[in-house]
Design a protein around this ligand. Structure first.
Ligand SMILES: C[S@@+](CC[C@H](N)C(=O)[O-])C[C@H]1O[C@@H](n2cnc3c(N)ncnc32)[C@H](O)[C@@H]1O
Length: 207
């Protein structure tokens, strides 16, 4: 392991089940923009598996860009683009000023919206609404409440621990995320139950 490379045990645990879903739901072509790539482990694992799509990793925390580059250097894949800095809350995302080729057809965001202020979720939905073409897809993965209730006591404990770390964090309610997404022109298409009480949530921009 090099100095810049970081490791997230959760990303190692969930990557293969997420890949199975991405294979099924992602548009067949285009560039996939990953918002909040974290260490870069997901990007390095997914990019070669999801060819011919290209994978554009991005991170808000500049300290993680080196780690994403290190993980990417292990993957001999022309499909993995160099990471960019991207704050989901930004009014204009860098990909709007310098769009990748081929054009973005999907946005993927794993385990961010509960470990960031609600504004980050709103920014993510607004950005996805702006950049996705008709039929474009937004994929979210993480724990959720539904109808104001947790789906497992472990998620309730997790929610409490998140809010203790930062009162602006917390397990989001899917109904609230769906309502906010609708305002950005994104329609909830599918919810897939995942291991350890997480969900894959798929939004689509109508044709
Ligand atoms: C728990 S980590 C998940 C990282 C990665 N997706 C994974 O599953 O390993 C949460 C990530 O959200 C990012 N994040 C927090 N606020 C953000 C924002 N406003 N825009 C983009 N990313 C943000 C953090 O920098 C961090 O990398």
């Amino acid at each position: 392991m090099t100095k810049r490379e970081q490791r997230a045990p959760a990303a190692e645990r969930n990557r293969s089940v997420i890949l199975d879903v991405l294979r099924e739901v992602l548009p067949a072509t285009g560039t996939v923009l990953e918002v909040s790539s974290g260490t870069g482990q997901h990007a390095a694992y997914f990019a070669p598996e999801l060819a011919p799509r290209r994978w554009q990793p991005s991170e808000f925390d500049r300290a993680l860009i080196g780690s994403i580059e290190e993980w990417g250097a292990r993957v001999p894949s022309a499909k993995l683009l160099p990471p960019i800095t991207l704050d989901a809350c930004a009014a204009i995302w860098p990909v709007e000023q310098a769009p990748p080729e081929p054009p973005i057809t999907a946005v993927v965001n794993i385990n961010m919206i509960h470990i960031a202020p609600w504004q980050a979720c709103l920014g993510l939905l607004a950005g996805a609404g702006r950049i996705l073409p008709p039929q474009g897809m937004l994929y979210l993965y993480g724990p959720y409440q539904r109808g104001g209730a947790h789906n497992a006591s472990s998620n309730e404990d997790f929610d409490r621990s998140l809010r203790a770390r930062d009162p602006q964090w917390g397990v989001r309610d899917l109904d609230e995320v769906e309502a906010a997404a609708k305002l950005e022109g994104l329609v909830l298409e599918r919810v897939i139950e995942m291991p350890v009480n997480n969900l894959s949530v798929i939004f689509r921009k109508p044709a």
